[in-house]
Ligand binder design. Structure first.
Ligand SMILES: O=P(O)(O)OC[C@H]1O[C@H](O[C@H]2O[C@H](CO)[C@@H](O)[C@H](O)[C@H]2O)[C@H](O)[C@@H](O)[C@@H]1O
Length: 247
C-alpha cells in the first residue's frame, strides 16, 4: 500500500525537501513534550496521542516512539497502539498488539538501588526512577546532588563495567545495561516490516538520542536535533500535524 504521508521539510531547514517512504522515530521527553520539573509532571497535549496514531497509519505503521522511559510510562502518557521502544532500547514493542520483547540483558543488583535511595533521601526533591534493568537518579529538584549522584553511579559501574554503563541525561544520571541503546532499538525495528526498506528519520533532543540518529543515518536516513530543525516541542507537534493533514 502506498504511503499516505510525505514528510514536509522541517521548519528551520526548509531547503531539505520532503521525504517520501519515511519511517519516523520520535523521542518523548524534551522532543514530543516539554521538559517538566519531575518525570510524572509532563503535560501531554490532548491531541497528541490521536495525532501520533493518525501519523502511524499514514506511514503504513512505520512510526515508533523511542524513549528512555519504561514502556509502562509511555503507555500511560501515550495510550495509543503504536510501536514503542522503552528503557533506551532495553524494552521493545514493535507490534503494539503483541507482548513486549525484553532482550536478555544484565539487571542492576538490588544493593545498588538501595544505596541510591539512601543518597536521594538525604536530598529533598531528588528522585530515583526504576527502569527494566537499571535506574535513574534525578537531581533537577536537588541540583546540589549532581556530583554525588554521578560519583555513586560511576562507582557502581566500575564494579562491573562489562555489564553496565553510566548515562548522562538531562539533570539526571542513569545506569543502563550495555547492549541496549536507541541505536539497537532503531536497528531492531528497521529489521522488521513495516520499517524495513524505508528512510528512517530520528528526531530527538538529548545526547542519548545521538545513537538513534547515527543508526538512522546508517540506514541512509537522517538524524534531526530538535533545536536545529524545529526549535521547540510545540513546533515539532505542529509539523507532525502538518504531515498528518497531508493525507
Ligand atoms: O528518551 P526520552 O524520552 O527523552 O527520555 C529521557 C528521560 O526522560 C525523563 O527524564 C527527563 O524528563 C523529565 C520530565 O520532563 C525531567 O523531569 C528530567 O529532569 C529529565 O531527565 C525520564 O524520567 C527518564 O526516565 C528518561 O530516561
Amino acid at each position: 500500500m502506498p504511503d499516505l504521508i510525505t514528510l514536509p521539510p522541517p521548519p528551520l531547514v526548509p531547503g531539505l525537501g520532503p521525504i517520501a517512504g519515511a519511517a519516523l522515530f520520535l523521542d518523548f521527553d524534551g522532543t514530543l513534550v516539554e521538559i517538566a520539573p519531575r518525570p510524572d509532571a509532563v503535560v501531554v497535549p490532548d491531541h497528541l496521542p490521536g495525532l501520533l496514531h493518525r501519523l502511524t497509519e499514514g506511514l503504513g505503521g512505520a512510526l515508533a516512539v523511542v524513549s528512555g522511559r519504561a514502556l509502562s510510562d509511555l503507555d500511560h502518557f501515550l495510550p495509543v497502539p503504536i510501536p514503542k521502544a522503552g528503557d533506551h532500547g532495553a524494552s521493545l514493542r514493535p507490534d503494539p498488539l503483541a507482548p513486549s520483547v525484553l532482550p536478555s540483558l544484565p539487571k542492576v543488583p538490588a544493593a545498588w538501588r538501595a544505596e541510591a535511595d539512601a543518597l536521594a533521601e538525604r536530598h529533598p526533591g531528588a528522585l530515583v526512577e526504576d527502569k527494566a534493568h537499571g535506574f535513574v537518579i534525578h537531581y533537577r529538584q536537588a541540583p546540589e546532588l549532581e556530583d554525588a549522584a554521578r560519583a555513586l553511579l560511576a562507582g557502581f559501574v566500575a564494579e562491573d563495567p562489562d555489564a553496565f554503563a553510566l548515562l548522562e541525561a538531562r539533570m539526571a544520571w542513569e545506569i543502563r545495561p550495555r547492549g541496549a541503546s536507541k541505536a539497537t532499538a532503531v536497528r531492531a525495528l528497521m529489521a522488521e516490516a513495516p520499517f524495513t526498506g524505508r528512510v528512517p528519520v530520528f528526531i530527538g533532543d538529548d545526547v542519548t538520542d545521538e545513537e538513534g540518529m547515527d543508526a538512522a543515518r546508517s540506514f541512509g536516513g537522517q538524524g534531526w536535533r530538535l533545536d536545529d530543525m524545529f526549535g521547540t516541542p510545540q513546533a515539532l507537534r505542529e509539523w507532525l500535524a502538518e504531515a498528518a493533514s497531508s493525507r
